[in-house]
Design a protein around this ligand. Structure first.
Ligand SMILES: [Zn+2]
Length: 491
């Protein structure tokens, strides 16, 4: 149910992402139509928020819905490149309904943890399909979330992407892995164009984006075509940028320069561009990104899990780069908890005892996890509580231990909240989570379907997994040796 007008009374509200105040919100047609001191009009339906802290919904700047069905399937000691080598076993043989199910699982987790919008780089092997992309978009729309759904696409395998990798493999493995190819990029982009032209749900809720997976995994012509499509349709483009040291080492070998300098020379950087991770960026790259109006999405937990490093968030902010925060997928993070990602954004900036002026403050981390990410998604008026902005709201229980006693509310949210105090979630004026239930999805049915799908997919991918597990270890060793042999002048 979503009445046309609702008053939200009695809450301690974070107004304009600036200060907390006891005010009444008028929600109308999915937006915050007005903010009243006192109780506001007395002839409208009322949602009682007394005893609650009301903040804007968190915005996940980077995730992968397909990861939800791969939960638990990534070795605990995997590096990114090892994980990528295992992708065929994790994501192979999936049908359209598996993509829908995975996106529903992903949405349910994010809603439960206070996320109201996300940027989803969604993969389908061997390449995207109209039905698959539409199933993911439908899943988010049905769950009531806002989302950018961007097909994650490539025209090179990891074996073609990393110079010297194939040559370093044993003969038999080289023959098998070297023979794998991805569909030509023109065919892939034609499918994306078809999917975008017949988009099944309203753009103000779930809109398409484009996701060339990793620059090294895409030919230059493909990257340029993705950027042209992004410009033509005014849609966001996101790629994994300098996530690992290996990617920068390979960029020097392939391009003779940094990843960002190469993308800049190709004309890919713009205000529509965002790079996920941005761990291994040097100061010149930060300036290139800032001058283009491009953004970076910080994924602290995933970077720790995969041992990728710690992104230079303060240096990026100081250079003028727009920052968002993301969780990455449910199988590399291994939780899509934006509260945790936000807390790590603040705390990880203090690792290794830097000067306090370089720490990410609680208000900065909160901004990045709300408005900062929303800008990267390309959603306007999302991520703060103000007149005319989206009614995407979280209701936290101020009697919960995190807020007892209550002194510095925003600081207590950033440094202690993990979703434990979350009682209701509203997206576009509609309550989608209450009484510990996601109201828009049948979570019990999802659980059964997910376990069935996992059994079926694991059996179907069993032989592939044996092979890719072995290949993954060799890829990891190759990357370690390459990075040791080619030190970078950063970090
Ligand atoms: Zn990612």
């Amino acid at each position: 149910m979503c009445p046309a007008q609702t008053l939200i009374r009695g809450g301690l509200v974070l107004v304009e992402n600036d200060h907390f105040e006891q005010v009444t919100l008028l929600v109308q047609d999915g937006s915050i139509a007005d903010i009243f001191q006192g109780d506001g009009p007395d002839d409208l339906p009322v949602m009682d928020a007394s005893g609650k802290i009301v903040i804007p919904g968190l915005v996940n700047g980077h995730t992968h819905s397909h990861g939800a069905l791969g939960r638990g399937g990534v070795p605990q000691d995997a590096t990114l490149e090892q994980f990528l080598a295992g992708a065929p076993a994790l994501n192979g043989t999936r049908m359209t309904e598996d993509l829908r199910l995975s996106a529903q699982l992903s949405a349910a987790e994010m809603i439960r943890k206070g996320c109201t919008s996300c940027f989803d780089l969604s993969v389908e092997l061997p390449g995207p399909s109209v039905a698959g992309l539409h199933a993911v978009a439908d899943a988010y729309y049905g769950a009531g979330m806002r989302a950018v759904v961007a097909p994650m696409i490539a025209d090179r395998t990891i074996y073609q992407a990393l110079p010297g990798l194939l040559a370093a493999l044993p003969d038999e493995m080289r023959q098998v892995l070297g023979a794998i190819t991805l569909p030509p990029w023109s065919q892939t982009l034609a499918v994306c164009e078809d999917a975008f032209a017949s988009w099944p749900v309203p753009f103000d809720r779930v809109r398409p984006g484009i996701g060339p997976a990793i620059p090294l995994h895409c030919s230059d012509a493909f990257l340029s075509a993705c950027a042209a499509l992004s410009e033509r349709r005014d849609m966001p483009l996101q790629t994994h940028l300098a996530e690992t040291r290996m990617q920068q080492v390979a960029a020097q070998q392939r391009y003779g320069t940094t990843l960002t300098a190469h993308l800049g020379a190709l004309g890919i950087l713009s205000h529509r561009f965002s790079g996920a991770h941005g761990v291994w960026l040097d100061p010149a790259e930060a300036l290139l990104l800032a001058n283009a109006g491009a953004g970076i999405v910080h994924n602290p937990l995933s970077n720790l899990r995969l041992g990728s490093g710690i992104a230079p968030v303060r240096a990026l902010v100081d250079a003028g780069v727009g920052l968002g925060v993301g969780t990455d997928a449910a199988n590399t993070s291994d939780t899509q908890n934006m509260f945790e990602a936000m807390r790590l954004t603040a705390t990880l900036s203090r690792a290794n005892a830097p000067p306090t002026k370089s720490w990410v403050t609680a208000p900065e981390a909160f901004y990045m996890a709300t408005e900062g990410s929303a800008k990267i998604l390309g959603f306007e008026r999302v991520g703060r509580i103000a007149r005319g902005w989206a009614a995407d709201l979280l209701f936290l229980d101020r009697a919960y231990c995190h807020y007892v006693p209550l002194r510095d509310v925003l600081s207590q949210i950033v440094f202690s909240e993990n979703g434990g105090a979350l009682r209701e979630v509203m997206i576009a004026g509609r309550v989608v989570f209450a009484e510990n239930k996601v109201l828009t999805l049948d979570e019990a049915a999802l659980q059964c379907a997910a376990q069935d799908a996992a059994h079926r997919l694991d059996a179907a991918n069993h032989d592939t997994r044996l092979f890719t597990d072995a290949a993954g270890l060799l890829v990891r060793s190759f990357c370690h040796a390459s990075c040791t042999a080619h030190p970078l002048p950063i970090h």
